[in-house]
Design a protein around this ligand. Structure first.
Ligand code: SF4
Length: 352
């Protein structure tokens, strides 16, 4: 029998299960609270459920926790990178960034990625599989357990294209924002996409006021197609139309991510083209110099080019932030996360 993933359970799932087991309805609330509010490490820890019921739950649910196989702390800025081993041996990465306003966690939504962006390490082995809602939540629960604090922000910007794992990501979003669970505000969540147009339209109808970030990285289709294969399927105009619709329906200002790659997309002409494209749309642009990965020879833009690019965008009355690179010494910056397969399951590890 295939076991259901414990941490993917919604309250409705808990109710259904308790009904099947002939238990009273309030048991479902207790179970949900153990999973998502108290974040029990295992079914055995759910001490207000009888031993017999816990036994039945173990027959139906998989409570295997993520195992921390590596935990690195940046000497530059205190950013932390966690490598978690999934029950099937794949190792995914999660990044904790510490800000004055609180902790922000960047989670992975897939093991690997099939989008093929040329500057990104996450896609080098292609897509292995989608993560379950429970595996996405477990990354946050594990980081919270490590710091002893609730996280303030979640960004779905690690390995994977979240809208390529649509149903699981939506279920994850409903669970993480559930007032009876982790209870994170939807406004504290950002989902980053390379631009899957139909899925952006669908997302705008979900009633989840999260921030949408579009990984744009080029102001024209010709340049974008050179670095992002998805640009061959959807033109920039279609992506921005979908983003505009998202803004209109949700009232949430859209963010544009733009990684500056020396000699590819960082000229003054590119900046003017981007300015003309985004003028009047009300988006916020995050500029970041590309993070080099060893398999590609893309180079970072010079600090002066990044500053000049920003200045030009501001002439078009666009809000621009130059994003600080965080955790570059531990390969935890954007585009540097990668998929591994655990070589030695017996290697020093801690359960979370
Ligand atoms: S940038 Fe995002 S969508 Fe593109 S390959 Fe990397 S993980 Fe996938």
């Amino acid at each position: 029998m295939m076991l259901s993933d414990l941490r993917s359970m919604t309250l409705a799932d808990c109710r259904e299960l308790m009904k099947t087991l002939g238990e009273k309805d309030y048991r479902a609330e207790q179970l949900f609270s153990w999973i998502h509010e108290k974040r029990a490490a295992s079914i055995d820890d759910m001490t207000n459920l009888s031993k017999a019921l816990r036994g039945q739950l173990k027959e139906n649910l998989d409570d295997t926790p993520l195992v921390t196989v590596r935990h690195l702390v940046s000497k530059l800025d205190g950013t932390e990178k966690f490598a978690f081993r999934l029950p099937d041996g794949n190792v995914i990465e999660t990044v904790l960034m510490k800000y004055e306003h609180g902790d922000s966690v960047c989670i992975s939504s897939q093991a690997g990625c099939r989008m093929g962006c040329a500057f990104c390490a996450s896609t080098l082995r292609g897509l292995v599989r989608n993560l379950t809602p429970g595996e996405m939540l477990s990354q946050i629960y594990a980081v919270s357990a490590s710091t002893g604090k609730k996280v303030s922000n979640v960004v779905i910007m690690g390995t994977g294209e979240p809208l390529d794992n649509y149903d699981n990501v939506i279920r994850f979003l409903r669970l993480i924002t559930d007032p009876k669970g982790y209870d994170l505000s939807a406004r504290s969540i950002t989902l980053s996409t390379c631009g899957l147009v139909p899925a952006i339209h669908r997302l705008s109808e979900e009633g989840l006021p999260i921030t949408l970030a579009i990984s744009l990285h080029a102001p024209d289709d010709f340049t974008r197609r050179q670095i992002m294969p998805i640009a061959k399927r959807y033109a920039i105009d279609e992506v921005l139309e979908a983003a505009d619709a998202y803004f209109k329906v949700t009232g949430r200002r859209v963010t544009c991510e733009y990684s500056l790659i020396a000699g590819v997309n960082d000229s003054e002409d590119h900046a003017h083209a981007l300015g003309r494209l985004l003028r009047g749309r009300g988006y916020h642009v995050n500029l970041i110099s590309v993070n080099p990965i060893r398999e590609r020879n893309y180079r970072e833009s010079a600090v002066s080019s990044v500053a000049a690019f920003k200045k030009i965008l501001e002439k078009y009355h666009i809000n621009v932030t130059i994003r600080k690179k965080l955790g570059a010494d531990i390969d935890s910056a954007c585009g540097q996360l990668r998929l591994e397969v655990a070589e030695d399951p017996a290697a020093k590890s801690e359960e979370t």
